[in-house]
Design a protein around this ligand. Structure first.
Ligand code: FAD
Ligand code: S2G
Ligand code: ZN
Length: 471
């Protein structure tokens, strides 16, 4: 990058808005897990939409690629620059204003660099709920949540970011600002353009603000930790809960014994709610906006039916919010706990809920044949058909040897997923980690249409190149 361009970028964002030294850039050049590492010509931190637009226009004019970055908690290397040293990392973290909260319209308008937890807290302070919830909520940003169409633990009731968004403001690859920041629940005036940017992982433009939906605050919550005999029991239990609790069913997470084993081993203070070990567990949560004490009763009656049908083997219903938090910590601790067991090969897949049991049986069998002794951490948002299949090496195995198997183990999982009519990425996106796999599991016409859209929005290929679309 020329000194002239650096100078002009500094004129836009101020002397502290451009970071060019290696140490200063270090945190921006690798992802949350240190799984991906790149280099950059500079990290640029604009302070508002206008500065984003001017920075992007300058880079566009100079033919310099831009990598948008939010909280850098993505799990596919989507926010990490390549190793050319010619790209600019555009950090949105200074765009943190909450521009508006409209109670009557049930919307909140926030800037892209706002941390998810800040938005949750702003909604709660107004007696409302912004329901997106995921393990990285203290660091991830709304821009990143939109760009990855984030899911998390409340999708069952509220949907993904795609469903939670009414309007966007986006800086296009040539620096123009697309003013789509409308808070209308109905707007049938042609193509729904905002949806193109949601899930595009920064490859079609830079999201600078969003109008998000608000929901009535949760005033009653019933939470239970359950021991189940099988994944099929989990699927059947969802049906029982849906029949009895309707859309009060807000969370349904499933965990294999291996998942819980790692948490009990590595997470401080974690303890098994049951005396005996069980093959599968579920964390179930019913929520209501009414101060209904009866929610516990609904849960108890659902569990009564579940016991009768042998869907549940043991159950603990949280007696207090503190106990509910402790049960959620068992679930939220899985990802971090697994890091203590050597390399964690992550897979975030989804299959039709009705096929979960057959999928798990077939995939586990295929993985154990591919690598005897492999430890399979299966857990996640089973109500959405979304399981995280995160693999750890066999006990005593070698890290490097295990990493070498990553591609063929991924193929085992993705072939099985594809065979059950599923998707190789449920919520984390494609980034750079699944880019080549996408060529094998995405219909060629889909890829052709996506390339066509990329050509329309970013003909010079300067917006987050090397992400999503296979080379
Ligand atoms: P980043 O990592 O900074 O970027 C992610 C992608 O979005 C990149 O391609 C980047 O280029 C692009 N991008 C970022 N900001 C913008 C912008 N303003 N405009 C355009 N493009 C942009 N994800 C889930 O969906 N569900 C989960 O349950 C979940 N749990 C997690 C638990 C842990 C412990 C961790 C570490 C991650 C988890 N994630 C989960 C993954 C991650 O938190 C999400 O993908 C999140 O949405 C990323 O937000 P971010 O701000 O960190 O984005
Ligand atoms: C989750 C993210 C972490 C992981 O915990 O729900 O989406 O390890 C995952 O995959
Ligand atoms: Zn998840």
């Amino acid at each position: 990058m020329t000194a002239d361009l650096i100078g002009r970028l500094r004129q836009v964002v101020g002397p502290h808005g451009v970071i060019g030294d290696r140490d200063g850039m270090a945190g921006y050049l690798t992802d949350w897990r240190n799984a991906y590492r790149g280099t950059a010509a500079a990290v640029v931190r604009p302070g508002d939409t206008d500065e984003v637009a001017r920075v992007v226009a300058l880079c566009h004019g100079a033919g310099v690629a831009v990598v948008p970055q939010g909280g850098n908690t993505g799990l596919c290397g989507g926010a990490v620059p390549d190793s050319s040293g010619r790209q600019v990392v555009l950090s949105l973290t200074r765009l943190r204003r909450i521009r508006d909260l409209d109670l009557a319209n049930q919307t909140i308008t926030v800037e892209a660099g706002t941390v998810l937890r800040t938005v949750q807290e702003a909604a709660a302070a107004a007696g409302q709920l912004f329901p997106l919830s995921l393990g990285a909520e203290g660091s991830c940003t709304i821009g990143g949540n939109l760009a990855t169409n984030a899911g998390g633990t409340a999708v069952l009731r509220y949907g993904t970011m795609r469903d939670l968004t009414l309007g966007l403001e986006v800086v296009l690859p040539d620096g123009r600002i697309w003013h789509g920041l409308r808070g209308l629940r109905k707007d049938n005036t042609g193509y729904d353009l905002k949806q193109l940017f949601i899930g595009a992982e920064g490859t079609l433009g830079v999201i600078t603000a969003a109008v998000l939906k608000l929901f009535p605050a949760v005033r009653s919550r019933a939470t239970a930790w359950l021991a189940l005999p099988s994944p099929q029991a989990a699927v059947d239990l969802i049906g029982v809960l849906r029949d009895l609790a309707g859309d009060r069913l807000t969370g349904f997470e499933v965990m294999s014994r291996q998942s819980v084993e790692f948490v009990l081993r590595h997470a401080t203070g974690a303890r098994d709610p049951f005396d005996e070990r069980h093959p599968w567990y579920a964390l179930v949560e019913l929520c209501d906006s009414l101060p209904l004490a009866g929610l516990d009763a609904v849960l108890e009656s659902a569990l009564g039916e579940a016991f009768e049908r042998d869907l549940v083997v043991d159950a603990v219903v949280a007696a207090s919010p503190a106990q509910a938090t402790a049960l959620w910590a068992l679930r939220e601790g899985i990802s971090e706990a697994q890091n203590h067991e050597g390399p964690s090969l992550k897979h975030d897949v989804t299959v039709p809920v009705s096929r979960i049991a057959a999928f798990v049986a077939g995939t586990d069998r295929a993985l154990s044949e591919a690598l005897p002794g492999i430890r399979i951490v299966t857990y996640g948002h089973v109500g959405d058909g979304n399981l995280h299949y995160n693999l750890s090496k066999p006990v005593g195995g070698d890290d490097a040897e295990f990493r070498v198997r990553a591609a063929d183990l991924a193929r085992v999982i993705y072939d099985s997923t594809y065979g059950f009519g599923g998707s190789i990425s449920a919520e984390h996106g494609i980034g750079q980690s699944k880019r080549e796999s996408l060529a094998d599991y995405k219909d060629s016409l889909d890829l052709q249409l996506m390339r066509g859209l990329k050509q329309v929005f970013d003909p010079h290929g300067l917006m987050n190149p090397g992400k999503i679309l296979p080379g």
